[in-house]
Design a protein around this ligand. Sequence first.
Ligand code: AMP
Length: 191
Amino acid sequence: MLNLILFGPPGSGKGTQAAKLIEKYGLLHISTGDLFRYEIENGTPLGLKAEEFMSKGELVPDEITVGMLKNKVNDNPEVNGIIFDGFPRTLAQAEALDRFLAEKCLSITALIALDVPDEEIVQRILSRGETSGRSDDNDESIIRNRIFVYNEETAPIYNYYAESGKSIMIEGVGSVDVIFNRLTATIESVC
Ligand code: AMP
């Protein structure tokens, strides 16, 4: 199984690239942000809880996020592999993911990080906000908080997987196709 973490700050293009990668490699795409937005749209208790944090650009607590992630993986036992998008976002989530996969005799193949400068990120998210309908994409102070949280809590996951030689950084600035080609070349070098 090819289990990839598509890593990078909010607005780095993970969702766009994941959609293209699943088509090419026949993988399951799990975006915890999309799963939370689905719960919010349906007004579930989980969605109501998640919205408290998402609306401020903060992380949803680990126990809620990890439980939801495990359910999604367990609901799809027949897949060729998984692209994790927006998960893990804390070291505790990364450790929980590794333990959960190990129980199934599985592991992360690679973490591929998209490198995009902070100022480019802010501009990309603001322009996505014009059409995405996401309230957390429209307010610059919320966007800056998401980037702050990424740098504080999420970025260290790169080094965590680097310890086992699994982290790879690629340039995340360029056209969608150019970045896709960089990603597929990287994936083909690890599988
Ligand atoms: P995203 O669509 O990945 O940008 O996620 C949108 C928001 O959902 C984030 O700003 C967080 O509030 C929440 N979220 C998504 N994934 C996670 C995660 N793995 N852990 C905690 N919160 C998350």
